[in-house]
Design a protein around this ligand. Structure first.
Ligand code: GLN
Length: 542
């Protein structure tokens, strides 16, 4: 029978509950326990796929094609496991299931209500995920903040689960924020006290409190929180701001987290060995060498929209013993004047990441072309592949006005076009080419050398592809197609010969990259960037 750890949040959202949930998982996993993690999101969208990443953060794609909350990516990176649709449930999905059942007549005669029908469905989905993942311990993160109206059914379901599964099988971790008043430098515990009161009002008494704050809690802070919340002082842990989220497991474990969990969940005490994890993290953070990578996109997209790309770069840097510094370049600026474009020369490598729609596209196309002409390492991810092909068509083949039909439906040279099966689709939710697909690599190519095998599996999220009508001309002009889908009907990787590193993938290698195990295409890119830095000593001032 699985045991459950419930992670709730107080005070404000966005304080890194996902990292705490992942870190608890990492600690338990490092003691040999089989852990899984899931997230409950209180919004009405059935999945995150239809949500704007600028507001909500990156849409993370699982191997089974689920479009999920970015915390699922955090869990996968911390635990090095593949999660699925079952690990991210939303209010929308819960209601959809219940309403479908109601229409099928399954509740015949009954008045269908939030309690018990919605809460029963939530509990069913949690237990289903724990069974499916064959978890000894299932960590369940409840999205949002205590006190939100929309999160109430989820918290009520957790309250019921404590009652049904028993105290030895469930544990509540409440994550809060302690602000610091700048002028006096004093750390305030009052919001934590209030959020625990709110939790108790709905029948949940936390067993552990983890307090996020700029600096560590003092003993006096812990005493005070303990007194006001009924949580033993040794169960009040501090999670101060750190250089990297990957340092959190060690910081929590130093405060005795595993011991508290083992005791309450009646798990025989065992050793937690985080040394391997910590070594990998150390390489990412403490190496002497640096590389500077330009990410060309829109400022507005910034950090949270591309978390997985950022992390994939750090993972690659870690194994190559160099720290990766990411610099955001506003693609629209590149469109305005040539001097901004030539600024790109300072960087060791250029990435054009995934994206949708036409704003800033011309700047991305110019960047892809500049990298090709100047021999700067280039990595294109999905949209970054498509735009590299557009730039090649325009500048090498001389196809003026070449474009993707996503950007210009009337282009004279539609080198990127809708996937044939997409032409019939009119709904937007969950309808792209999604998730893991096998890819066949062509012997003798750089891709084949980097991956070191014939068949790889990578995750996708796109509607457009290289138009097969242009395959021949592109290849004749020197573009190498080094990876194909299994049915050989679509191009998955392109590369250029006679260039230090020019590669792009139709898939998203960032979704499978893990600490200590970067995706080979990221590793190859960072390695080439490092070589550029070492050979010509690129002089970026940072
Ligand atoms: N907009 C492009 C497509 O739909 C690229 C998508 C992406 O970068 N994820 O194919």
């Amino acid at each position: 029978m699985p045991k459950y750890i419930f992670v709730t949040g107080g005070v404000i959202s966005g304080i890194g509950k996902g990292v705490i949930a992942g870190s608890i998982g990492k600690i338990l996993q490092s003691s040999g326990i089989k852990v899984s993690v899931m997230k409950m999101d209180p919004y009405l969208n059935v999945d995150a796929g239809t949500m704007n990443p600028l507001v909500h953060g990156e849409v993370f794609v699982c191997d089974d094609g689920a479009e999920t909350d970015m915390d699922i990516g955090t869990y996968e990176r911390f635990l090095d496991i593949n999660l699925s649709r079952a690990n991210n449930i939303t209010t929308g999905q819960v209601y959809l299931n219940v309403l479908q059942r109601e229409r099928e007549g399954k509740y015949l005669g009954k008045c269908v209500q939030i309690i018990p029908h919605i809460t029963d469905e939530i509990k069913r989905l949690i237990r289903y995920a724990a069974r499916k993942d064959d978890a000894d311990v299932m960590i369940v993160e409840s999205g949002g903040t205590v006190g939100d109206i929309e999160a109430l059914p989820f918290l009520e379901a957790l309250r019921q689960m404590r009652f049904e599964e028993g105290k030895d099988n469930t544990l509540f971790v409440h994550v809060t924020l302690a602000p610091i008043i700048e002028d006096v430098g004093e750390l305030k515990t009052k919001p934590t006290q209030h959020s625990v009161q709110e939790l108790r009002r709905i029948g949940i008494q936390p067993d552990i409190i983890i307090v996020r704050s700029k600096k560590r809690l003092t003993e006096a802070n812990r005493d005070k929180i303990s007194l006001f919340t009924n949580v033993p002082r040794e169960n009040v842990l501090s999670s101060p701001d750190l250089k990297s989220p990957y340092l959190v497991p060690q910081v929590l474990e130093e405060q005795g987290l595993s011991k508290i969990i083992f005791e309450q969940l009646k798990i025989p005490s065992r050793d937690v060995d985080l040394s391997e994890w910590n070594n990998v993290v150390k390489d990412m953070l403490e190496s002497k060498d640096e590389v500077h990578i330009a990410m060309v996109g829109k400022y507005a997209e910034l950090a949270d929209s591309y978390v997985s790309v950022n992390h994939a770069l750090y993972h690659a840097g870690g194994v190559l013993k160099c720290r990766v510094k990411i610099h955001w370049i506003e693609s629209e600026n590149l469109e305005c004047d040539n001097s901004s474009l030539s600024e790109l020369e300072k960087y060791d490598g250029i990435i054009v990441p995934g994206g949708f729609g036409s704003r800033g596209v011309e700047g991305k196309i110019l960047a892809a072309n500049y990298a090709r002409e100047k021999g700067i390492p280039y990595l294109g991810l999905c949209f970054g592949l498509q735009l590299a092909v557009v730039s090649f068509a325009r500048h090498v083949l001389g196809y003026e006005g070449a474009n993707s039909t996503e950007i210009d439906p009337n282009t004279p040279y539609p080198v990127i076009d809708l996937l044939p099966e997409q032409k019939e689709i009119d709904k937007l939710g969950g309808t792209m080419r999604l998730g893991g697909h096998n890819i066949i690599l062509k012997a003798g190519t750089l891709a084949f050398r980097l991956y070191g095998k014939n068949v790889i599996r990578e995750r996708h999220r796109h509607r457009y592809e290289i138009n097969p009508k242009y395959w021949n001309v592109l290849q004749e002009a020197g573009m190498v197609f080094s990876g194909f889908s299994e049915d050989m009907k679509r191009v998955e990787i392109i590369e250029l010969k006679d260039h230090p590193f020019y590669m792009a993938s139709q898939y998203h290698p960032e979704f499978v990259s893990r600490p200590g195990k970067p995706d080979p295409i990221f590793r190859g890119f960072v390695e080439a960037s490092l070589m550029r830095r070492k050979s010509i000593g690129v002089s970026l001032k940072v």
